[in-house]
Design a binder for this molecule. Structure first.
Ligand code: NAD
Length: 265
């Protein structure tokens, strides 16, 4: 019996990085998982790899192509998951983007892109998951991916920080609004996690002149980490599985920092 056995979960942004690791850790503890991502081909490969890995339990895996900024797309992903697993118990709003720009150069397009995926995408994801959980009458858990950038503003990534503060705010508001439906809303805040996102951010920071060599930005961002190293996605999943499990039932409205002690707030 795993920690999340029998729980039907959706994870967005699951074609790679943290989202993929969250989904795979849930599978390891007995859950049914819909891996969802805007990159349909890649998320299908992730699902297939996990089906092969699970063998006889392959029916616990499905996938969906989704754009979290589009309500009809999110509704389709939820309908597909309910059709496959019969219900939804846990929804991870994890898809996220970043595109560094110097503060004075930030454009409306840059703001709207980042706030669209990280802010609006989280809001729509919470709403549509909650509607399904309310219709089921089962309650459920919504878990949002925040960041150290939800606790502190950093240079060259202002819209990203604003969008991740928005995730904290949505977590708190959702917790209050949805408590009467037995739905809890929590979040977790990684620090620096070695994923494709960071590789891209590293390159983008060099392009805008905020770093001179590959790896410099990551080194600078992570120099204050008390645990002495950046995280891997595997460092995050003990907590995410806990948040999806009955062990966290009395928690709501909270963000758990998983940053190795990078920010003490
Ligand atoms: P990643 O770039 O490796 O993966 C993000 C995934 O989201 C990608 O597969 C991408 O295709 C998908 N995605 C992007 N836009 C989407 C959309 N509109 N609809 C659906 N899917 C979409 O990033 P990651 O490092 O795994 O980050 C995952 C989450 O963790 C993000 O919310 C990110 O902001 C957050 N986070 C990451 C770090 C870090 O250091 N990597 C730190 C703190 C928080």
């Amino acid at each position: 019996m795993g920690r999340v056995s029998g729980r039907s979960c959706i994870v967005t942004g699951a074609a790679q990085g943290i989202g993929r690791a969250i989904g795979e850790a849930l599978l390891n503890e007995g859950a049914e998982v819909c891996f969802a991502d805007i990159n349909g081909a890649k998320v299908a490969e992730v699902a297939e790899a996990n089906k092969r890995r699970l063998g006889d339990s392959a029916t616990r895996v499905t996938h969906a192509q989704v754009d979290v900024t589009q309500r009809d797309s999110v509704q389709e992903m939820i309908a597909h998951t309910v059709e496959t697993f019969g219900k939804i118990d846990v929804k991870f709003n994890n898809a996220g983007v970043n595109k560094p720009m110097n503060f004075l150069d930030v454009t409306e397009d840059n703001w709207n892109f980042i706030m669209g995926v990280n802010g609006l995408g989280c809001m729509i994801g919470m709403q549509e998951a909650a509607r399904q959980m309310i219709a089921q009458g089962t309650g459920g858990k919504i878990i949002n991916t925040a960041s150290v950038a939800s606790r502190q503003g950093f240079d060259n990534v202002a819209p990203y920080c604003a969008s991740k503060w928005a995730v904290v705010s949505l977590t708190q508001s959702g917790a209050r609004d949805l408590a009467k439906h037995n739905i809890t809303v929590t979040g977790f805040a990684p620090g620096v996690v070695a994923t494709e996102m960071w590789e891209q951010v590293d390159q983008d920071l060099m392009k805008i002149g905020a770093a001179e060599r590959p790896g410099q930005a990551m080194e600078e961002f992570s120099s204050e980490i008390l645990r002495g190293r950046v995280a891997t996605p595997g460092d995050i999943t003990g907590t995410t599985t806990f948040l999806a499990s009955p062990d966290s039932d009395y928690m709501t409205g909270q963000i758990v920092m998983i940053d190795g002690g990078m920010t003490l707030v």
